[in-house]
Design a protein around this ligand. Structure first.
Ligand SMILES: *[C@@H]1O[C@H](CO)[C@@H](O)[C@H](O)[C@H]1NC(C)=O
Ligand SMILES: *[C@@H]1O[C@H](CO)[C@@H](O)[C@H](O)[C@H]1NC(C)=O
Ligand SMILES: *[C@@H]1O[C@H](CO)[C@@H](O)[C@H](O)[C@H]1NC(C)=O
Ligand SMILES: *[C@@H]1O[C@H](CO)[C@@H](O)[C@H](O)[C@H]1NC(C)=O
Ligand SMILES: *[C@@H]1O[C@H](CO)[C@@H](O)[C@H](O)[C@H]1NC(C)=O
Ligand SMILES: *[C@@H]1O[C@H](CO)[C@@H](O)[C@H](O)[C@H]1NC(C)=O
Length: 936
């Protein structure tokens, strides 16, 4: 029986090859195999064409499946071996499906194109296969919160591009692998910024070879293992380090003296080990805000002199650290201090609080010391704990500070100016009092920079940064609500904050929405303000209530019948499907042309109609808005014609592009631009408001982008100085716009004319990609895209495309690489007969300061200031202009890399771009893709 149905499947497969569905057959078969292994797959996973028919959670480029994103939908089953036929797969995110069990198959090593492998919070078990080391392109490997056992495979050391390694919260054991000339090891991950290996059963020492001064590591989390031996002094060489957790192990010996060199450290946890020797000297750690070195066996000593020098300190936890002598009153002068826990030490004498302490001070815990006198208590409103000190042993002292009290911080997002309404059944009222089914889960913060968990400010900032991130990724989120209810106990390893995400404009998310939100949180695209929150992970709950997309199409119902039917029936029905399929194609072709016939008609009728959200303007109106195309309203001109500024009766400013008569090519570019721009919506793409096609005129009406083109800013014409941080953000915005066109537009679009002229800057200096005149949608049916006429701008044009006429996304990547060099140098790509790409390639010398590129850098960039990430930026630009297109990164990768450069420079990539520092106080001025959106 089983064999028979397999035979049918094979037949279906073969016959469909002949029908030429849009999805490559091997990918279709691979997905069928996954579907057969899983329960609760999306209801629209029917029919033979996952790409063409848009199976939910499946992303395609051309006819190949490139992403599978299915978080939190209650999938159960295992990962079957056949899915590795998806040879173009770049992203696999199956996070938060607790029902996914069993091992990861060894054949996963075949998915050579994989960039993101994200399986957070499932129930996968068994060893992590060593074949994972073959995924050479991998950037993100997140396998946290599963039940993996066995050792960390040394082959992970082969993943030389890896940025993020997260294996937290599994049952991994054995040593941390390092290379020895024969086998690989984690010390080879020279690009990694995150080693998150906490909450496992790792044993052995922390190998000194694991760290060196070249590493860009910012987070090292090894907490909650069984590591022994001493802390290697090489850790003190990792200059970029911001968060260190090695608490909860059995580490011994002294803290290396060069720790004092870790000047970027913000949070440090050394507690619950067997460390000896003197208390570590932290004098130089100017950014340190949270320190916990409790429960070690340091040499008994007086309070160290560095206490009052740590100006950023909010939290000092030194329980049971053999501290003696007088209480160090100087601590109270620290301006940001919130918590001091010095319990179980040998401090004696008086505790003098006085009035100089920070007004944020909320907890002084000195239980189990020898304090016998207290002064200045009146000036302090926070909690004071002095149980088991002589002062409390005096009979009759019933002061509040002598009775054990439990701190119990809580938080709940408040309603925003609204009356709660009763919600039906299991719906929940959002902060705006709208009933809906929120997506829920828990954020686990592994470290924080603060300890006053009762201060709402922090949760408000977190809410805002979540909303900003949802917003900038265009996710249909209305609001979020946070709840902190667990009293923080010693047993909870990390701070747990419950998150509810409410859908925008509907009562529930669809599956695409859930997967995208899940991906934003599992892939760490969301970054909370790093000054306050350290590393985190998210575990989503199963989302039961998603809105199903339209039910199976007719052709797919046919397939279901076929599988159960006889061969004769099968052939007859397939013939039917074929007819249906062809009819559909024809219908699509008709739809395709119909807006333009509509467009032409409307131009005759002169009435305002809408073509897919784009308005039609009459020439008369536009004349009115631009004062008859007056010279005063002119804001630009070029080969195509002129651009005018105008304003609508509503006051909205608009930019009007009027084609020169001689540049019109039968309206082809005009139509392309209308068609493409009316389909794409992204905050980094210019918005087309409408068009006019009348009396031989071809006019396009856009939103007005106030700061003109990037070229104007780089040449100094616009008077806006672009410093390094601003340039990075412009690059990021343009890259995101372009990545959207390549990956998320349907069908994908190749811009073909990326250059500084075509990148506009809005009032917050957000980049917007414009000018889609020669852009090309990649129609699936065409296969490879050989164009008859090579178009683009000299200097920016991909030489490979120029020579072969073969157009791919990588041609835009090339132009973007040139644009990056332009951002660095403010030079035209070809100047005085010199080509910037060659010039930089020839001058570049990686052994020299600034790669020997001083003479090229634009002085306005802020030479002399620390241009953090400059080298990485140059490296990235050089990868983008590599000669074989194949060697260039995808735009999504470019986006990731620029985000990382910004993150490394300590800036939140999603914060407003006018501010150079990540200021979360700023309101988001960017235009919202969702009208009436509450945060806009
Ligand atoms: C600290 O760093 C400086 C330069 O980065 C180096 O010269 C010095 O030797 C380091 N100190 C220790 C104790 O490693
Ligand atoms: C701690 O380090 C600082 C600067 O590195 C140094 O000046 C000071 O003498 C050290 N203190 C102790 C007690 O070693
Ligand atoms: C120190 O050890 C005690 C006893 O094991 C434990 O209860 C306490 O939570 C530890 N303190 C810290 C700050 O980890
Ligand atoms: C809450 O935290 C903010 C930011 O650190 C601080 O400015 C404010 O004073 C704190 N509020 C209270 C009541 O401590
Ligand atoms: C303590 O609280 C009282 C009343 O709640 C207030 O008047 C006083 O200013 C507070 N003192 C300090 C030092 O914050
Ligand atoms: C899912 O919801 C989003 C936003 O609400 C919408 O744009 C998209 O078309 C929906 N997808 C499907 C498959 O229904």
């Amino acid at each position: 029986m089983v064999q028979r149905s397999q035979l049918f499947l094979l037949l279906v497969f073969i016959i469909f090859s002949a029908i030429a569905a849009e999805t490559e057959n091997q990918d279709y078969v691979a997905l069928l195999s996954l579907k057969s292994m899983w329960q609760n797959t999306p209801p629209n996973w029917v029919g033979p064409d996952p790409c063409g028919k848009g199976w939910e959670g499946i992303g395609c480029t051309n006819s190949r499946v490139t992403s599978i994103m299915l978080s939190s939908i209650g999938l159960t089953g295992s990962l079957s071996g056949d899915f590795v036929m998806l040879s173009e797969l770049k992203t696999l995110d199956l996070s938060y499906n607790k029902g996914l069990t069993g091992p990861i198959p060894r054949s996963i090593g075949n998915l050579k194109k994989l960039l993101n492998l994200i399986l957070v919070g499932c129930s996968f078990s068994g060893p992590i296969p060593d074949t994972i080391g073959s995924l050479r392109q991998l950037l993100y490997l997140s396998l946290n919160s599963n039940q993996f056992s066995g050792q960390i495979p040394p082959s992970i050391g082969n993943l030389s591009s890896l940025l993020w390694l997260d294996l937290t919260d599994n049952q991994l054991n054995g040593p941390i692998p390092i290379s020895d000339g024969i086998t690989c090891g984690l010390d080879m991950l020279l690009n990694a910024r995150h080693f998150h290996l906490g909450q496992n059963n790792l044993s052995g020492t922390i190998p000194p070879q694991l760290f060196n001064s070249e590493m860009p590591l910012i987070h090292v989390l090894l907490d909650g293992n069984q590591l022994t031996g001493s802390i290697p002094s090489t850790l003190g060489l990792v200059q970029a380090l911001e968060v260190l957790r090695i608490d909860g192990n059995a580490l011994s010996g002294p803290v290396p003296s060069n720790f004092n060199n870790l000047t970027n450290l913000i949070q440090m946890f050394l507690s619950n080990n067997k460390l000896t020797g003197p208390l570590p000297n932290l004098t130089s750690m100017n950014l340190l805000s949270y320190v916990d070195i409790s429960n070690n066996t340091f040499d008994g000593s007086d309070a160290p002199p560095w206490f009052p020098t740590l100006q950023s300190l909010t939290t000092l936890i030194m329980e049971n650290t053999q501290l003696q002598g007088q209480f160090p009153v100087a601590l109270f002068s620290l301006p940001l201090l919130q918590t001091v826990v010095l319990k179980k030490n040998k401090l004696n004498g008086s505790l003098v609080i006085g009035t100089t302490h920070s007004n944020q001070l909320k907890l002084i815990d000195l239980q189990f010391n020898f304090i016998h006198h207290l002064d200045g208590k009146e000036a302090y409103n926070g909690t004071l704990k002095l149980e088991d000190n002589p002062i409390c042993e005096v009979t009759g002292n019933l002061s509040s500070y002598c009775t054990v009290s439990l701190s119990n911080a809580s938080y709940l997002t408040q309603k925003i100016d609204c009356e709660s309404v009763p919600c039906s059944s299991d719906q929940i009222s959002s902060p705006y009092c709208r009933c809906a089914y929120p997506y829920t889960g828990t954020l686990f913060f592994q470290t924080l920079s603060f300890s006053d968990l009762g201060n709402n400010t922090y949760y408000n900032i977190l809410e805002k940064s979540l909303m900003d991130s949802f917003h900038s990724h265009q996710l249909p989120v209305d609001s979020v609500s946070l709840t902190l209810s667990n009293p923080i106990t010693a047993s909870s390893k990390y701070l747990e904050v419950k998150l509810k995400v409410f859908p925008y404009g509907q009562v529930s998310f669809n599956l695409t929405g859930i997967s995208s939100i899940g991906f934003m949180l599992s892939n760490q695209t969301f970054k909370p303000p790093p000054q306050l929150f350290g590393p985190f992970y998210f575990i989503g709950d199963k989302y039961e209530k998603y809105t199903e997309s339209k039910k199976s199409s007719r052709s797919s119902i046919v397939i279901e019948v076929v599988v159960g039917g006889s061969i004769l029936l099968l052939v007859i029905l397939l013939a039917g499907v074929y007819v249906l399929h062809t009819k559909k194609r024809a219908k699509r072709a008709i739809e395709h042309t119909s807006h333009f016939s509509q467009l032409d008609q409307s131009s005759r009728g002169g009435s305002v109609i809408k073509v897919k959200g784009v308005g039609w303007f009459s020439l008369k109106e536009l004349e009115k808005y631009t004062k008859h195309f007056s010279v005063a309203n002119e804001i630009g001109s070029g080969g195509y014609g002129k651009v005018y500024q105008g304003s609508l009766p509503t006051g909205q400013l608009i930019a009007i592009k009027r084609a020169k008569k001689e540049s019109m090519q039968e309206g082809l570019e005009f139509k392309t631009e209308i068609e493409l721009l009316s389909r794409v919506h992204h905050k980094n793409l210019v918005i087309l408001l409408g068009f006019c096609f009348e009396k031989g005129e071809q006019i396009l009406v856009y939103e007005y982008v106030s700061n003109g083109s990037l070229k104007d800013s780089l040449s100094g014409k616009s008077g806006i100085r672009l410093d390094w941080m601003r340039r990075l953000r412009v690059a990021l915005g343009a890259a995101r716009g372009l990545a959207y066109l390549h990956e998320f537009a349907n069908p994908p679009i190749i811009h073909r004319d990326i250059k500084s002229n075509n990148i506009l800057l809005d009032e917050s200096l957000n980049a917007k990609v414009s000018d889609f005149g020669i852009s090309k949608p990649i129609d699936d049916s065409e296969g490879s895209h050989v164009v008859t006429q090579v178009k683009g701008t000299m200097g920016y044009m991909d030489p490979e495309y120029y020579m072969t006429h073969k157009l791919t996304e990588k041609s835009d990547v090339y132009s973007f690489g040139v644009l990056m060099l332009e951002l660095l140098t403010a030079r035209k790509p070809i100047e005085h007969g010199k080509y910037i790409v060659r010039e930089v390639q020839e001058t570049m010398d990686k052994t020299k300061d600034l790669y020997n590129l001083h003479e090229f850098l634009d002085p306005a960039i802020g030479l002399g200031t620390t241009m953090k990430g400059l080298k990485k930026f140059v490296d990235l630009a050089m990868r983008c202009v590599k000669d074989p297109g194949f060697d260039r990164p995808m735009m999504v990768e470019v986006v990731k890399e620029i985000e990382n450069i910004l993150e490394l420079a300590g800036v939140n990539p999603d914060a407003n771009s006018t501010s150079t520092s990540a200021s979360y106080e700023e309101t988001n001025k960017g235009s919202s893709p969702y009208p009436g959106y509450p945060y806009s």
